[in-house]
Design a protein around this ligand. Structure first.
Ligand code: FDP
Length: 338
């Protein structure tokens, strides 16, 4: 029987009470996101039944079209932000343009002061195989004063984030977030429908023995990147090589594993993807905020991700993220210093 537990909502409220000037809006916003993640967790668990109950794109028994899960995730997250009244814009990996939101509570204290970025369903090519996928989110304060958010509000450096997190839909669903006061993880108890604190103040080991990358791209990598991976595979007792390789192919799942046990996740630039594959605003920035809060490091192989000036919503970036010493070593190889 559970004797002592802290729900996600209790935790964010307690954190908020430590800040005298806090209005409670960020807590409300985070709890709206958590609710959407609970709904998505439920839907992801039922994904395998879609073939039995109706194909996506088909019309179901009620005459409604069965939506693809990633579209559904996008809709529910956007809707919950529109309803909540705390966001002035939602930017999503699934939508070309951002969705501006007008103030719901005009002239009240509760005006729409946040910008929210989502990768609604990261790792979506794994959905049909029943492999862990997730939702990634990132929250900024608006720069403009009122009305719906602007492009300038949406294109802020990662360093300006006030909170970021993700939910992995796996053997259990886990919500991990930071608001700049440590990284905390909450496991969903489906029987009571609550995220319960399971990982308080998470810290990533400074050095690891695991790397996560798509090795199949080896021939398309730069010489520096190839030499780095060759190095990790060499035998050397003193530096604990060779490393192990772990690659799920869902960034959020690979990242979560490395956060828990130590490791480096790499999606470099290659011949085909000159700027890498992953998105700065939806994937790299939120995970970089989390990793730095957990004592790790994140870069594009040269520069700190959180300090990159975004130029467009869907901008891509190479990503080296995880245990501090491992990311530093990768940077040395990539910049020709090793
Ligand atoms: P996916 O294509 O399945 O959506 O963000 C995209 C992403 O997944 C990441 O989650 C994942 O780490 C990466 O792409 C996988 O890319 P490769 O198939 O090229 O390895």
């Amino acid at each position: 029987m559970i004797k002592k537990f802290t729900t996600f909502y209790r935790h964010i409220i307690e954190e908020e009470r430590k800040i005298p000037e806090a209005t409670g809006q960020l807590s409300d916003l985070l709890s709206d996101i958590a609710l959407a993640c609970k709904v998505l967790s439920q839907e992801v668990n039922r994904a395998g039944l879609i073939d039995i109950l109706g194909f996506t794109g088909q019309v179901n028994i009620q005459g409604e079209e069965v939506k693809k899960l990633d579209e559904y995730a996008n809709d529910i997250l956007t809707y919950s932000m529109q309803q909540g009244g705390h966001a002035c814009a939602v930017c999503s990996e699934e939508s070309e343009e951002f969705v501006p939101i007008d103030a719901k509570y005009q002239e009240k204290i509760l005006h729409n002061k946040y910008i929210v970025h989502f990768d609604p369903l990261d790792g979506s090519s794994n959905i049909d195989a029943n492999i862990s996928i997730g939702t990634i989110f990132s929250i900024y304060k608006r720069i403009s004063k009122s009305g719906p958010g602007t492009m300038e509000d949406c294109l802020q450096k990662g360093i300006e984030q006030v909170a970021a997190g993700y939910c992995v839909y796996g053997s259990s669903s886990i919500l991990v977030y930071t608001a700049g006061k440590g990284v905390h993880g909450f496991t969903l108890d489906p029987s009571v429908g609550e995220f319960l604190l399971s990982h308080s103040n998470m810290k990533i080991p400074k050095k690891a023995k695991t790397y996560s990358t798509n090795d199949g791209n080896y021939s398309k990598w730069s010489k520096g990147m190839q030499r780095y991976i060759d190095y990790l595979k060499e035998k050397d007792k003193e530096t604990e090589r060779p490393y192990s390789s772990r690659y799920v192919g869902s960034l959020v799942a690979d990242f979560h594993r490395n956060l828990l046990y130590g490791g480096i996740f790499i999606y470099p630039a290659d011949e085909k993807n000159k700027n890498g594959k992953l998105r700065l605003m939806y994937e790299a920035n939120p995970l970089s905020f989390i990793i730095e809060e957990a004592g790790g490091r994140s870069s594009n192989g040269k520069d700190r991700i959180l300090e990159l000036q975004p130029e467009s919503l869907h901008q891509r970036t190479p990503l080296f993220i995880g245990s501090e010493q491992d990311v530093k070593l990768a940077e040395k190889f990539l910049t020709g210093k090793e």
